[in-house]
Ligand binder design. Structure first.
Ligand SMILES: [Zn+2]
Length: 158
């Protein structure tokens, strides 16, 4: 169920209706807790759900409790990044996320979730994938890219 890029996300598009599902195993470290995880999941689902262009998107994070090759793994670290760098994602599927977000409005997690969907940083525009000045919302092109990247989870195609 994984694709060769290591990307693990699922999308189903039926007309303008789009469902995106991202399975994540959150591994808690130090003083981090499930309430931090809930806050991260809420931020992601809130940012990535809505109307973008013609797309009507419902995004969900599926929290899973074991690591295997078909889920993303995110290590949740209590506090700030010690070296000042942001929460991050490597190889589209391994995250190191801090409970104290660096970006304005706590938008680290929706941005990092975009990387789990295989999206790169975009320095132009102020969409969710802008690595510094994210608005916290994707645009229709980012939704389309997420659909194109994801494993199609329904027979209606991409
Ligand atoms: Zn980024």
């Amino acid at each position: 169920m994984t694709d060769p890029t290591g990307l693990i996300a699922y999308a189903c598009k039926d007309g303008n209706a789009v469902g995106i599902a991202v399975p994540i195993n959150f591994v808690l470290h130090g003083g981090s807790s499930q309430s931090d995880v809930n806050r991260m999941i809420g931020a992601i689902e809130n940012s990535w759900s809505g109307k973008f262009g013609n797309f009507n998107v419902k995004a969900v994070v599926m929290q899973v409790f074991s690591s295997n090759e078909s889920v993303n793994t995110v290590h949740v670290i209590d506090g700030y990044s010690l070296n000042g760098s942001f929460s991050r994602v490597k190889n589209n599927q391994h995250g190191l996320w801090f409970t104290r977000p660096s970006r304005p409005g706590g938008l680290d997690y929706p941005h990092e979730a975009g990387h789990l969907m295989g999206l790169p940083d975009f320095s132009t525009g102020q969409t969710v994938m802008n690595n510094l000045y994210t608005s916290g919302k994707p645009d229709k092109w980012e939704i389309q890219q997420a659909i194109n990247n994801a494993v199609s989870s329904c027979s209606c195609g991409k």
